[in-house]
Ligand binder design. Structure first.
Ligand code: 5GP
Ligand code: ZN
Length: 293
């Protein structure tokens, strides 16, 4: 058992990719229960999302233009069997066997909420759409400090509706989540934030995002001396409504999401209360909605 571990994620030999042993998964389970309890006050549709998404959707959503460095593409061999016969020896030699790999119609999902907007494409909403999603996400991060993974799970509450609804909803959820993290004993700070846009327009986009307070992050210590955003509350204005042709109340739909990084949150809780969630204080366990560890 010692080799496979119990509480903390296991290294795999590549940065930012970890295996999750039972103790860590227990914490993830508690978090799922806790978020479900938070979300019980509204009727959410619950969707489980695969770790891939249509490349066209992600192009259309503006992700490729903004974060080309983070996107993981999916390639496959599209050549002939005789062509492969020439490439095959390169696998053992450590050569470029992948020289003829071609990009496919899928990419790795970079955030859990994109498929929701795409699914609602070309619809007219009479009522706010409310969806919870969980997905394995991938981002080709350049660094791998504690809490920064390339493959991680994201749990999101998403709403697609009018501007007024989305703004109020996000503000209320942000306050609720901050209170929940405090109940969990986490030393949380709530800060206006921006996304890591890539390229020359970066500073301008980030300044505009901050000025309009489109993104708030909830930051907590995940390791000694390491504070990370464990959740974000985002308002995208009519960006996805316009991109995907969604209307709400006769106008372009607006969207908001609250995203929880499950591994980061689990690391933060373990950092605060120890690796064995069965030993955590009763008050902390109760804050997950009374679920058992
Ligand atoms: P955002 O879309 O705001 O960048 O990400 C939403 C949430 O996903 C973050 O608040 C964070 O908890 C989680 N997340 C984002 N990037 C990473 C990462 O590199 N590693 C891990 N473990 N979680 C991440
Ligand atoms: Zn989102």
């Amino acid at each position: 058992m010692s080799r496979l571990g119990e509480g903390l994620p296991l290294e795999t030999g590549v940065p930012g990719v970890f295996l999750s042993p039972p103790g860590f998964e227990r914490v993830i389970g508690l978090l799922r229960t806790g978020v479900a309890a938070l979300a019980a006050d509204e009727p959410f549709h619950r969707l489980v999302i695969p770790p891939v998404i249509s490349r066209k959707t992600i192009e259309r959503a503006g992700y490729v233009a903004a974060f080309p460095n983070l996107l993981g593409t999916v390639h496959g061999y599209g050549g002939t069997p005789s062509g492969w016969a020439r490439l095959k020896p390169l696998v053992e030699e450590g050569g470029e066997w992948y020289a003829q790999q071609q990009i496919g119609d899928l990419v790795l999902l970079p955030a859990a909420c994109y498929p929701v907007y795409a699914t609602l494409a070309d619809s007219a909403l009479a009522e706010p759409a409310k969806v919870t999603v969980e997905a394995s996400c991938f981002r080709q991060e350049a660094t791998s400090e504690p809490g920064r993974l390339r493959s991680f799970r994201m749990l999101e509450l998403v709403t697609v509706a009018t501007e007024e609804h989305c703004l109020k909803w996000r503000a209320a959820r942000l306050e609720q989540v901050e209170g929940w993290f405090q109940e969990l004993g986490l030393d949380v700070s709530v800060e206006v934030a921006d996304d890591p846009f890539f390229g020359p327009g970066r500073k301008l986009y980030q300044a505009a995002q901050r000025l309009q307070e489109l993104k708030w992050e909830l930051k907590v210590p995940v390791a000694d001396g390491q504070v990370q955003a464990v959740a974000s509350a985002n308002y995208h204005k009519e960006h996805f409504g316009e991109t995907f042709g969604i209307t709400a109340g006769g106008e372009l739909a607006h969207t908001s999401c609250v995203a929880f990084g499950l591994e980061r949150l689990a690391l933060a809780l373990i950092n605060r209360h120890g690796a064995d969630s069965r030993q955590w204080p009763e008050s902390v366990l109760a804050a997950f909605g009374g679920a058992d560890a």
